[in-house]
Design a protein around this ligand. Structure first.
Ligand code: NAD
Length: 386
């Protein structure tokens, strides 16, 4: 899935593809190549009557640049979307759809999403539902979006009861990213995007560890190819599972590695831990569970520490968390529904039986029922005795 050496020599943009089931999605990316990307995208919009550009409200300047770059080929209607989880709702999708149609969007239009994962999901919902489906193009502007969220057909918005509870599957037509767009985001976003790639290395592509560590070391240096490396890790890790499991209900559940304890710790920290840090801590807990069950050896546990330490997730400096709250939140994990009848004595978790190898059940799902008491023990081992 990585671009070939020839691609890198002969063009400033890289091209790769990933498959979501039967559908193959081209992903074109590079660093400081906005004009070239827009020219290539414009070429693909022949016959389209309007581009509906749904953009993150903070990315207004970039949205104007995108509109200018495409408008010689096709009229562009730009609508801003505020990236706040409490506004990631069906009401926002409906308001955008009303405004879009009032502004000339038709069945012959294309939705272009410019922003992070949130705007990608909201625009994805507009694309999936307006006129019962319009083509969707992603222009990701955050590491989470570029390395992870756009590599998915999942579109969704939140309910009061939880995140992404209303949604559907809608495959993007194509993805385009100038990695320079990512340089405006704050450190927590970069950390989260990078932690998800550390997860991919530990759970799926351990042979990319050096690549990851080189990228992490180069993150502060604008001349490094750190962002390109991270994007390639994302595509290479996710593509094989998404090809066979585009709805992310079986093999692709492996990407939930670290998320069970991680999500509980993120919520219990009340904002002190970023999603990325929390997933990092969650992977350390999952490694301890795996070790206690005899699936992981000391070398694999040490690899977790090696990969996560440069991200600030260091066993010797655990976060101070309300342990009882973490334990309660563990029981609200959304993977619980995959193992019907599992009561409070069991926590469904993604576990590894080696680096890059997840334990799977008979249905091909990488989910293991773990005794709750054992997860508490692993939490104590990672966070220190309560
Ligand atoms: N579909 C999927 O499979 C999938 C996967 C992962 C995450 N998601 C969703 O994505 C969202 C998280 O994505 P995210 O981390 O990108 O968050 P986000 O989209 O909320 O963006 C994070 C912050 O960065 C800002 N931002 C965006 N682009 C910027 C830029 N270029 N410069 C400066 N600031 C910028 C946003 O305004 C926001 O404040 C969640 O809603 C999550 O549910 C979906």
């Amino acid at each position: 899935m990585s671009p070939t050496a020839t691609d890198r020599r002969t063009t400033p943009v890289h091209r790769t593809t990933f498959a979501l089931g039967e559908e193959v999605v081209p992903y074109t990316y590079g660093d400081r190549c906005t004009e070239e990307l827009l020219a290539l995208l414009a070429d693909q919009l022949t016959g389209v009557d309007q581009v509906l550009l749904v953009h993150d409200a903070v990315a207004g300047d970039l949205a104007r640049r995108v509109a200018e770059g495409l408008s010689a080929q096709v009229p562009v209607q730009s609508l801003a979307c505020t990236a706040r989880e409490e506004l990631k709702t069906l009401s926002t999708v409906l308001a955008l759809a009303e405004e879009a149609v009032a502004g000339g969007t038709t069945r012959g239009s294309v939705v272009v999403a410019l922003g992070g994962g949130l705007v990608g999901n909201v625009a994805g919902m507009v694309a999936a539902t307006l006129f019962r489906g319009l083509p969707l193009v992603h222009l990701p502007t955050t590491p989470v979006a570029a390395f992870d969220a756009v590599l998915s057909a999942k579109q969704g918005v939140n309910l009061a009861a939880g995140k992404n509870m209303v949604g559907t599957f809608w495959t993007p037509r194509s993805v385009w990213c100038d990695l320079d767009w990512l340089r405006g985001v704050d450190e927590r976003q970069v950390l989260t995007g990078t932690a998800e790639m550390a997860k991919n290395v530990l759970a799926v592509v351990p042979e990319r560890e050096d690549d990851l560590l080189t990228a992490v070391a180069g993150l502060g240096d604008e001349r490094s190819d750190a962002l390109v490396r991270l994007l390639q890790i994302g595509v290479d890790a996710k593509a094989p599972a998404l090809r066979v499991d585009p709805h992310e209900r079986r093999e692709a559940l492996v990407f939930e590695y670290g998320h069970t304890a991680g999500h509980a710790m993120e919520l219990a920290s009340r904002g002190a831990l970023s999603h990325g840090e929390a997933v990092g801590w969650g992977m350390l807990v999952a490694a301890q569970v795996g070790r206690r069950l005899g699936h992981l050896d000391d070398a694999a546990v040490a690899a977790h520490a090696r990969v996560l330490a440069p991200l600030g997730v260091r066993g010797e400096a655990p976060p101070a968390l309300d342990r009882a709250l973490v334990q309660r939140l563990l029981l609200r994990d959304n993977k619980r529904g995959y193992l019907p009848g599992s009561g409070p004595d069991v926590v469904p978790m993604v576990l590894l039986d080696g680096l890059g190898s997840a334990l799977a059940d008979d249905a091909g799902r990488p989910l293991v029922p773990v005794p709750t008491a054992l997860v508490h023990e692993a939490l104590d081992a990672v966070l220190g005795a309560a």
